[in-house]
Design a protein around this ligand. Structure first.
Ligand SMILES: C[S@@+](CC[C@H](N)C(=O)[O-])C[C@H]1O[C@@H](n2cnc3c(N)ncnc32)[C@H](O)[C@@H]1O
Length: 272
C-alpha cells in the first residue's frame, strides 16, 4: 500500500493542501507537498508518476497525465435516470425495501451512491487511506449540493478493513439487511472473456488500479464472504460476468448483465 506520496498544488491552495496532508498523515500516509506554478494538464503529462494534487475542486489522484477523484457530481445524471426497476443492482440488493446495507468495498463509492439514492441506508467501508480521504472529500462536497445532499445523508463512511469491521459487527450481534461486496478482480485472470472487458476499464479505474496492489498481491476478498454472511440476511457480490465465484462458493441466486453479474447468498435465519 502507498505510504509516501507527493502532492502538487499551486500557492493559492497551499493551506488546503496542508490540511489534507495532516489528515493523510493521521492515516499513515506521509505526504510531500510541492508548490508549483501551474497545475495544468501539461504539468500532469510531464509528471506522470502517481501523486496527489489539490486545486479549487479539492483533492485528486493523478498519474499518466490524468487526474481523478470520486466524482459524485458527474454521477448525478445517472442517478436521476435510475429506478428500482431499471437497475439490476436494485433488484439484487432488494432496494425497494430500503435496506440497511454495508458496502464493504467502497472504492469510488459509485455503487453506494446509486444504492443510497434508491433508498438504502449505507455504511461505506474503505481501508485504503488515500481512497478513503478522497471519498471523504467527495462526501463533504456532495453535502453542498441541493440534490446530492439528500442522497449522501444516507451514507456513513468508515475507515477500516472490512474484515475487522464485519467481525466487530458480529461480536456486537448487529444484523444488516445486506452486505455488498465488489472486491478488486485481476486484469489478467482465469477467464479470457472477462479479461477483454476488463481491458476497457475506464480512466478512473485505471488510476484506481495504480493505487491498489498489483495482481500478484491483490487481495481478492475471498475472506469477506463468510464474515459478511454472519451479519447480513443477504450478501450480494458483484463480479465480472464470467468470473469465478467469490471464495469458490456457489450463490443461491444470480442476476446476469452484459458486463457484470450479481451473486446472492441468503441467511434467512438471521434476525435483528
Ligand atoms: C473494485 S473497487 C470497488 C468499486 C466500487 N464498487 C465503486 O462503485 O466504486 C474495490 C475497493 O474495495 C476496497 N477493499 C478491498 N478489500 C477491502 C477490505 N477488506 N476492506 C476495506 N476495503 C476493501 C479496495 O481498496 C477498493 O477500493
Amino acid at each position: 500500500m502507498v505510504s509516501d506520496i507527493r502532492l502538487y498544488t499551486e500557492q493559492e491552495f497551499h493551506q488546503k493542501a496542508q490540511q489534507y496532508s495532516a489528515v493523510l498523515s493521521s492515516r499513515g500516509v506521509s505526504v510531500n507537498i510541492e508548490s508549483i506554478e501551474k497545475l495544468n494538464s501539461r504539468f500532469l503529462r510531464l509528471n506522470p508518476e502517481l501523486a496527489l494534487c489539490v486545486d479549487a475542486d479539492g483533492l485528486w489522484l493523478c498519474a499518466n497525465g490524468m487526474k481523478m477523484q470520486p466524482d459524485w457530481n458527474a454521477e448525478m445524471g445517472r442517478l436521476k435516470r435510475a429506478s428500482i426497476k431499471s437497475e439490476m443492482i436494485a433488484r439484487a440488493c432488494n432496494l425497494a425495501e430500503k435496506p440497511s446495507l454495508i458496502d464493504a468495498t467502497a472504492g469510488l463509492g459509485h455503487d453506494s451512491l446509486l444504492m443510497a439514492h434508491l433508498g438504502a441506508q449505507v455504511t461505506l467501508v474503505e481501508r485504503h487511506p488515500i481512497l478513503f480521504t478522497l471519498l471523504e472529500d467527495s462526501h463533504q462536497r456532495a453535502q453542498q449540493d441541493a440534490f446530492l445532499s439528500a442522497v449522501v445523508a444516507r451514507i456513513e463512511l468508515v475507515f477500516s478493513d472490512s474484515a475487522d469491521y464485519l467481525i466487530e459487527q458480529a461480536q456486537q450481534q448487529q444484523v444488516f439487511d445486506v452486505v455488498y461486496l465488489d472486491p478488486m478482480f485481476p486484469q489478467r485472470d482465469q477467464n479470457q472473456q472477462a479479461v477483454k472487458k476488463q481491458a476497457q476499464v475506464k480512466k478512473q479505474m485505471q488510476l484506481l488500479h495504480m493505487l491498489l496492489p498489483e495482481d500478484g498481491e491483490m487481495d481478492l476478498g475471498d475472506n469477506l464472504l463468510a464474515l459478511a454472511q454472519k451479519v447480513a440476511r443477504r450478501v450480494v457480490v458483484k463480479r465480472p460476468r464470467l468470473a469465478v465465484f467469490l471464495a469458490n462458493t456457489e450463490p443461491q441466486h444470480q442476476w446476469q448483465g452484459d458486463a457484470c453479474r450479481f451473486d446472492a447468498y441468503f441467511q434467512h435465519e438471521l434476525v435483528a
